[in-house]
Each structure stands twice: as structure tokens, then as C-alpha cells.
Design a protein around this ligand. Structure first.
Ligand SMILES: Nc1ncnc2c1ncn2[C@@H]1O[C@H](COP(=O)(O)OP(=O)(O)O)[C@@H](O)[C@H]1O
Ligand SMILES: [Mg+2]
Length: 226
């Protein structure tokens, strides 16, 4: 089995007001390519921080993070941005779409950054897949939360990422919309063979992944197969 993500002895600290705040403390785990994993734990336990380190959005204070055999902790900000654009998709709780771009343009951006061909047609087909063929030219502010999250799903999958991180993807959605988004997430995941790592408080969502790890007070305290 191929390892897509390897987190070794990772700690993250912040300096503030004369003291050191340890947010993650010696975290270890690795993830098989193509598998699905939930990260659960109380609010403030370090889940978002961990995801950010794994996705190359941020850098660990100690330890190593290897994504697709690339040591993220040794790369500069620009180099990490390149790795993200090539291999990583990210879905945020608050969607983080660019407000001045339409749904279609939001999906096109990562593809254009990669210099891909047929960007417009591919983006349209992705939006069609998430059920938004009649919303392509709307701006984020003109879309409901569920619709915005479906745009961000289309955007995240546009690059055919090897690994997709989703940070409480249904946290701002009602139950019905949340079920739709979850279904799409797993469908797109299966189709593309993408590794899926989801931070969630939604137990139904967590129960659909093959494995669950639990973070508490910056420590990995449980690692179980479903
Ligand atoms: N940039 C930062 N500077 C200082 N403390 C931070 C920073 N980012 C997060 N933290 C702290 O790290 C802890 C974990 O945060 P987070 O990873 O967002 O937790 P979770 O996602 O599990 O709710 C919190 O106590 C938070 O206040
Ligand atoms: Mg969080």
C-alpha cells in the first residue's frame, strides 16, 4: 500500500505574551493513498491546525509532514503553494470562495493557475456534476450556503487532487443540504480515487470514513477503524 501522508512527531507552538502555547504535541499518523479518514475532537483541540499543516497551508514547529513523498516542513511558502496546487484540494467550513468571481470563475482559477487546457468546459462539467448548471454565472453572495459549498467542492476537485482535506464541510449547513454535500463528497472521492481527510463533528459523516482519529488537547488520543 502506498502512503500519501506521513505525519511524524509533529508539534505546533505559538509564541505569545511571554509564553509558549502548544497547540499540537508530538502527533504521529500516516494515511494510505485512496483511503478515507475523519478527524474528530473537541473544539480548540487542534484539528484545524493539524489539517493546515498536512495540507501545506502552514508549517510545523517540530517534526515532519510528508505529502506524496514531499517534505512539506522543509519547503518555502511558494514551494508549498505549488505542491498544494498540484496535489491538494481543500474545503473550508465557510467556503472561502472569491466574492468578486462567479461560481464558474471560482472553479476555473486553480485550473488556470496550472495552465491547463479546456478550463472553461471542464469547470462547467464539474459544476454540472454538483447540480449547479443553472448557477454558473452567479456570484457567491447570490448563492445559498449549500450551493456555495457545492461550488467549493467543484473547485477542490478541479485539479484532480491526490488528497482532499475538508474542515467541517457541513458545519454551516442544514441537515438536508449537509446530506447532499456529504453524498457528493464521497461520490467525487470514489470516482477520482482521491484520499479524503475530513474534520467533522457530524458522527454520521465520520461513520462513513474507513478510519477515525481523535485529537484532544493537541494529542492524538485514538486511532480506530470503522
Ligand atoms: N495563529 C494562532 N495563534 C495562536 N493560537 C492559535 C492560532 N491558531 C490557533 N490557535 C489556537 O490553537 C488551538 C487549536 O485551534 P484549532 O486548530 O483551530 O482547533 P479546532 O479546529 O480543533 O477547533 C486553539 O486554542 C486556538 O486558539
Ligand atoms: Mg477547527
Amino acid at each position: 500500500m502506498e502512503t500519501i501522508l506521513n505525519v511524524k512527531n509533529v508539534s505546533k507552538t505559538y509564541q505569545g505574551a511571554g509564553q509558549t502555547l502548544t497547540v499540537l504535541n508530538d502527533v504521529n499518523f500516516s494515511v494510505e493513498a485512496g483511503s478515507t479518514l475523519s478527524v474528530v475532537g473537541p473544539s480548540g483541540s487542534g484539528k484545524t491546525t493539524l489539517l493546515g499543516l498536512c495540507a501545506g497551508l502552514d508549517r510545523s514547529s517540530k517534526g515532519s509532514v510528508e505529502l506524496n513523498n514531499i517534505r512539506l516542513d522543509q519547503l518555502s511558502e511558494d514551494e508549498r503553494a505549488q505542491v498544494r496546487n498540484r496535489y491538494v484540494g481543500f474545503i473550508f467550513q465557510n467556503f472561502q470562495l472569491l466574492p468578486t468571481l462567479t461560481a464558474l470563475e471560482n472553479v476555473m482559477v486553480p485550473l488556470e493557475l496550472r495552465g491547463e487546457k479546456n478550463v472553461r468546459a471542464r469547470s462547467m462539467s464539474l459544476l454540472d456534476k454538483v447540480g449547479l448548471n443553472n448557477r454558473m454565472h452567479h456570484y457567491p453572495a447570490q448563492l445559498s450556503g449549500g450551493e456555495q459549498q457545492r461550488v467549493s467542492l467543484a473547485r477542490a476537485f478541479a485539479n484532480s487532487p491526490r488528497i482532499l482535506f475538508a474542515d467541517e464541510p457541513t458545519g454551516n449547513l442544514d441537515v438536508e443540504t449537509s446530506d447532499k454535500v456529504i453524498k457528493l463528497l464521497f461520490e467525487l472521492n470514489q470516482e477520482a480515487g482521491t484520499t479524503l481527510i475530513i474534520v467533522t463533528h457530524n458522527l454520521e459523516l465520520a461513520s462513513q470514513t474507513k478510519r477515525i482519529i481523535k485529537i484532544k488537547g493537541g494529542h492524538l488520543v485514538a486511532d480506530e477503524l470503522n
